[in-house]
Design a protein around this ligand. Structure first.
Ligand code: PAF
Length: 299
């Protein structure tokens, strides 16, 4: 059981060495440390991860670091929403023991040249649409895990392919950390919470729930063709998702697919669980979403 602690503002720490020695001191006392990596501009999705982490560990460390390595376009990095005062305010309402906020100029040593790449799952869909993105994510998460040395790594289901890439990396590289995944938190109209939503104009925001509508159309299509071969059901579901996104004039579809949640390849015949994934570009932001679906006794 996680112990109750009074809520006082968590210290914000920029130095990797300071953060590491604080986390090591907690672990030396037998306290389990949970880690929630973020790029800031926090929302209820992040807070729900923090709350879950706080229930399952003794200490929670959250990082706020807009990682330049995972942005393929400079403009995307420059316009990524940032508001540390807003983040500090939101964190007052949850149990966080330390915030690690390294500085980009010093977190990456001058001349840094190492990348962690995850083949296969890291190359499909988001990996193909955003070349270099997952290498940037895997590299920064490797660095963060080396600094924090947590018992638990907490990730959001909203970024399902990131979860699959990092699970693969943790397994392949023997990180001594358990990966935990919190469910997607949605706005009342179904839009998955994301820091990028802040960039949407009012018209784009009104059309953005179309991603969730598309996922539900995909799920309904799969359910309606329960006895058909899986490949045929997948095609019909993908068609249904594409048709739904086409109803939003400001959305340009990148992909709408049924995949295996671990590999992001097509689910094998006989698979019992699948993941519907969708990505669409609005003029001001690119959005992604996903929905776990049972495949029943799919052939
Ligand atoms: O999901 C995010 O916010 C980022 O990709 C992460 C995991 C914090 C790495 O920069």
């Amino acid at each position: 059981m996680a112990r109750e602690r009074p809520r006082r503002p968590a210290p914000w720490i920029a130095s990797p060495a300071r953060l590491r020695s604080l986390a090591r001191a907690w672990r030396a006392r037998g306290e389990r440390v949970a880690f929630v990596p973020t790029m800031g501009y926090l929302h209820d999705g992040h807070l729900s991860l923090v709350e879950r982490a706080a229930r399952s560990a003794d200490r929670v460390i959250l990082s706020v670091f807009v990682n330049p390595l995972q942005f393929e376009a400079r403009a995307d990095l420059a316009s990524y929403p940032r508001d540390l005062a807003h983040d500090r305010r939101l964190l007052r309402g949850v149990r966080v023991d330390a915030v690690f906020a390294p500085r980009a100029a010093t977190f990456y040593a001058p001349g840094h040249a190492t990348r962690v790449t995850v083949a296969g799952v890291g190359e499909r869909l988001e990996g193909a649409f955003r070349p270099g993105h997952f290498a940037g994510v895997a590299t920064v998460v490797t660095k963060l895990l080396h600094v924090v040395e947590p018992d638990q790594l907490w990730l959001g289901q909203k970024d399902a392919q990131q979860v699959a890439v990092l699970r693969r990396m943790v397994l392949d590289l023997d990180f001594a950390v358990d990966v935990h995944v919190g469910p997607t938190v949605r706005e009342a109209d179904g839009l998955a919470m994301s820091s990028r939503n802040a960039r949407l104009t009012a018209r784009e925001r009104a059309q953005a729930p179309v991603l969730y509508v598309a996922l539900q159309a995909g799920r309904a299509s799969l359910a309606a063709r329960g006895s058909a071969p899986l490949a045929r059901r997948a095609l019909a579901a993908e068609r249904a998702m594409r048709a739904a996104v086409a109803c939003a004039p400001l959305a340009r579809l990148d992909y709408a697919r049924l995949v295996d949640p671990g590999t992001f390849d097509a689910p094998a015949p006989g698979a019992r669980k699948g993941l519907l994934v969708v990505a669409a570009r609005f003029p001001s932001a690119r959005l992604i979403d996903n929905l776990q679906v049972p495949l029943g006794s799919a052939r």
